[in-house]
Design a protein. Structure first.
Length: 80
């Protein structure tokens, strides 16, 4: 289900919601279906070394180790 941003023409609320295929989104404040879909600005992935290291540790805990070298894998597995 994609996440979309909307602007309600009736009450001026801006919100985001998950939208299933074939369903019509509804304003959570006033219940209106007169909505404008907004263009969402993409959020760049974290670039700091701490964020990257944290994400890699989480991936390793979950078993996603394909992006690690053999040396990195063995080091991470020893730390458990």
């Amino acid at each position: 289900m994609p996440l979309y941003d909307y602007h309600c023409r009736d009450c001026q609320l801006q919100f985001e919601t998950l939208v299933r295929a074939g369903t019509t989104p509804v304003c959570p404040r006033c219940g209106s279906v007169v909505l404008d879909k907004q263009v969402s600005a993409p959020v760049p992935p974290g670039r700091s070394k701490a964020i990257i290291a944290s994400a890699r540790r989480q991936a390793a805990r979950e078993g996603h180790m394909s992006h690690y070298s053999a040396a990195e894998r063995s080091k991470l597995l020893r730390q458990r």
